[in-house]
Ligand binder design. Structure first.
Ligand SMILES: [Zn+2]
Length: 559
């Protein structure tokens, strides 16, 4: 069951005591009776006033007290549940500040997971699905990754023609910015060799014959997407949210920022929460095309409660890092004419964001390449100049490739970068197209932290895996799965990576008083780990088992 949020919010309003002593208690709760006490643990609190503790007490879904075993156990009554942690390490629940939980949950429910190691295996999985799909209906796949297949080339329409000539087939790249279709899908969309590329997109052609390859990038994907019926009922959407929230809870994620929400997604999160099936907290952004409806309804950032809250308005400025379409100042390695794709130029971006800024929405814009970030910062600077807001917390979604002057402007604006947390480890093989020099200023946590900026952890799932332990290893080692180091100058410590993944995520959604650390008064979100990341060799952080995950005082995962 969902814990009572009434208790929690009234408690939040009354505030709480901060203390530098070894024991902090929340006196304003009106009770000192604990629902639950965890003792005999190594608790890494992320609270600077009390960095380590042995025990915590929980009441009404919040931390009641944090301190030594004896003091905290004193709060237990006959009805208190007591858990001996057996010396295990506890950290605050992880906050994934940019991912796509609802939409990926629906896909896990309905589509073929193409995270497979060969094109043959992908074709076989799609054929199997086509065999039980009505003639003429779409067969859809997701999480395809060209660099993870043995063939090491893009999927081609000829491959997908082997899946079926009676079904249109569309496979989405793991990065989400390119799609691969068969001949029937091209015909249905009326796309032929004579079709011009749309603004901000491209239908790829064979360089020799000019024949369409079946690969569509950025806005060109819309030609197919608009033909695909969503086909999801309200119940299925709730099911999809339940599924992904369970998948994430198993890895220690307790809060997510949905980076491209729709009104349907907001409904799905709320439905899952009402049925007790939501096991993580959601700060749900709203795609900019839905902004007019939100403004008309008088909705803005912050509406909601600790479980489901309206987040920032989201727009997209350039392409993707994993698919190598991000807009760069200098060309990709090996492709001297290719600097990536700019989706929204500066004037259009300003026009779309100005109404959101005027209505006091938080704004988050996808900007990966250094040129895209430069453009976005100019827009943010103009918005602030024209209508200064006290604490707009502009977000730069991904903010992958920076330099010293961009960092100075990010700092001056108080903007929040949300760089990919698991890309170095998981997508290492794609990094050579950026080159060694640029890797020293990509996902640049060391530089951002040293500048006093608050970057977050962000998986962007599906594009990146969401496991927080993989994020720690990726950020601390800057080493990929095969042992290659990318951008060693950006390494941070485990302690810093924990802060990025907890407190900074809370700050990015204006919830730093509610969560992100284990301290009296905050929401009782935590993770019990099988081993201590502060003592673990950096090269095996990814293998630390998650033993239990708690959200709002309730265990949502137990190994
Ligand atoms: Zn994203």
């Amino acid at each position: 069951m969902t814990p009572s949020s009434d208790d929690a919010s009234s408690l939040g309003r009354r505030g709480f005591l901060r203390s530098a002593s070894a024991f902090t208690l929340l006196p304003s709760l009106g009770t000192t009776k604990a629902d639950l006490v965890l003792s005999n643990g190594q608790i890494v609190t992320m609270d600077p006033a009390q960095p380590r503790a042995r025990a915590v007490a929980v009441a009404g879904g919040r931390f009641l007290a944090v301190g030594d075993d004896a003091d905290v156990l004193n709060l237990a009554t006959a009805r208190t549940v007591k858990v001996d942690l057996g010396g295990r390490t506890v950290v605050p629940g992880f906050i994934d500040a940019h991912s796509h939980p609802a939409s990926s949950g629906y896909k896990h429910l309905k589509q073929v997971d193409c995270d497979l190691r060969s094109i043959d295996a992908i074709v076989a999985a799609l054929r199997e699905r086509a065999a039980r799909t009505k003639r003429g209906d779409w067969v859809l796949g997701f999480k395809y990754d060209d660099t993870k297949t043995t063939e090491g080339r893009w999927l081609r329409r000829d491959d997908l023609d082997k899946v079926s000539s009676d079904h249109p087939v569309l496979v989405e790249h793991r990065g989400g910015h390119t799609a691969y279709v068969n001949s029937m899908a091209l015909a249905l969309a009326g796309v032929s060799e004579a079709t011009a590329d749309p603004a901000g997109g491209r239908f790829e052609r064979d360089p020799g014959t000019r024949r369409l390859t079946g690969r569509a990038a950025e806005t060109a994907v819309e030609a197919f997407e608009k033909l695909i019926p969503s086909g999801l009922t309200r119940d299925e959407r709730r099911e999809g949210v339940k599924l992904i929230s369970q998948m994430m809870a198993r890895t220690g994620v307790t809060s997510v920022h949905d980076a491209y929400g729709t009104p349907d997604d907001l409904q799905a999160y709320q439905d899952a929460r009402d049925s007790g099936e939501l096991s993580l907290r959601v700060y749900c952004s709203v795609g900019q095309m839905h902004l007019p409806a939100m403004l008309a309804a008088g909705v803005r950032t912050g509406l909601g409660d600790e479980w489901v809250r309206v987040g920032f308005v989201k727009a997209t400025c350039d392409g993707s890092i994993s698919e190598r379409t991000a807009r760069l100042r200098d060309p990709y390695v090996g492709r001297p004419d290719d600097r990536g794709i700019l989706i929204l130029p500066e004037a259009a971006l300003y026009e779309k964001l100005q109404p959101a800024h005027a209505a006091d929405w938080q704004i988050g814009v996808h900007a990966n390449g250094d040129e895209a970030i430069d453009i976005l910062l100019r827009v943010y600077e103009r918005l602030q100049r024209e209508r200064p807001r006290r604490d707009p917390r502009f977000r730069i979604e991904h903010c992958t490739m920076i330099d010293a002057s961009l960092v100075a402007r990010i700092k001056a604006l108080g903007a929040i970068p949300t760089p990919f947390s698991t890309y170095v480890y998981y997508h290492g093989e794609k990094m050579r197209e950026y080159g060694a020099e640029r890797l020293e200023r990509m996902f640049a946590l060391r530089t951002l932290l040293d500048a006093g900026i608050r970057p977050t952890q962000a998986s962007d799932y599906p594009p990146g895996p969401f496991e927080p332990m993989m994020a720690l290893q990726s950020e601390v080692t800057r080493t990929d799965m095969k042992g290659t180091v990318w951008g060693a100058s950006q390494r941070i410590t485990v302690e810093e990576a924990l802060r990025v993944g907890t407190l900074h995520g809370a700050y990015a959604s204006y919830e730093e008083r509610q969560k992100g650390s284990i301290e009296a008064g905050k929401l009782a979100d935590l993770v019990v780990l099988g081993r201590d990341p502060l003592k673990e060799p950096a090269s095996s952080l990814v293998s630390i088992p998650i033993q239990r995950t708690m959200v709002g005082g309730r265990w949502v995962f137990e190994a």
